[in-house]
Design a binder for this molecule. Sequence first.
Ligand code: PMT
Length: 409
Amino acid sequence: MQLEQKNVLLGVSGGIAAYKTPDLVRKLTAQGANVRVILTASAEHFVSPLSLQAVSGNKVSSQLLDEEAEAGMGHIELARWADIFIIAPATANIIAKLTYGLADDLLTTLALATSAPIFIAPAMNQQMWAAAPTAENMQKLRERNTHILGPASGEQACGDVGYGRMLEPELITKALCDYCHEQSNEAIFSGVNIMITAGPTREAIDPVRYISNHSSGKMGFALAKAAQALGANVTLVAGPVSLESPAGVMRNNVVSAQDMFDAVHNSIAKQDIFIACAAVADYKLEQVSTQKMKKQHGDDKLSLCMVQNPDILKSVAALEQAPFTLGFAAETQDVETYAKSKLVKKNLDMIAANDVSNSELGFNSDQNALIVLTEEKSHNLSPKSKDLLAMELLKLLHSEYCEKHGSRD
Ligand code: PMT
């Protein structure tokens, strides 16, 4: 859901294409957006406020001086609430008003009062679209960084054929999703070195057997991909997994916890941030058999003596010049309590707690959800794809990292 938690203000002006706006609202909300709709007086001839209210789940406003609306979310509050202002359909008349800064109704007033990016989806007769005043207005709006979506070409309600049809709701939604995706990928970690551990480790029993776990590496690889997209120099220390390296990421393959420990400490001095997402085996065999172990006849029990592996994350956090540390905690009960105790015991900056009792989330699934804790704060990151979750987690990490080290923007 690429518009999750985005506040989208939809302004509908009076064109025949306004009948498509309930579908547009449905598509935007399906992407996770909170949508509020405002109508011009003439738009009400083409689409009913009640149907837009039903699909958006919010009251629809059309009057600038509406006592009831101003007592709730007033027009200035609405302008501030918006992350995106999309006007669809945008008639020739609205386009002219936007160009000259008229503010004679709610929609045009909000266009002046908001600091959100403005998108318009023009819709009009092809001759009106081609007319010199419209072309000049559009040119001025483009120069002012208004985002123009369409119009499409085709048969029009009046029977003409040409440019002037409003872009279909799914294309408008996609354009807004693409915009948000691009915005979210600012290079906030430019020049920052991030090391990430991912996947399981394998602890050998003998030359053909090992002890391991169900980690697929997907969460750690998603973090590596997201960190790279956000401009970081990424080193990925990966246990045995069958995943392709994200483009541009430096990968170091390891097998055991000791291998992972060595690989991490080999270049930890250069790192600004260390993210321990790997599911590292806590124990290894005290003695690895050099030959394949044989079944002992008459003995139905086998005891293996195990000793603790080094704790990679704890050792990194204990370094004199420790990088910013984010640990993970995979728990099946009392998730937050156990995670908090790991945060303190390992002396970490942040910990992401994973409830792995739900088989749909965590180990070897495509989705995950996290509770992210620092000493003072707690954030719930709701279930979503590991790619989207990784991006959300890294943005949270970025603000904590900046708080600790001063802004790097
Ligand atoms: O790989 P996936 O299938 O996508 O699954 C993702 C995941 C569930 C493995 C991941 O999200 C996760 O929760 N990773 C941490 C799993 C874990 O081993 O947690 P833990 O509570 O045992 O360890 C706590 C922290 O210490 C972890 O950051 C771990 O990497 C680190 N650790 C643990 C032991 C050790 N010897 N060295 C370590 O660095």
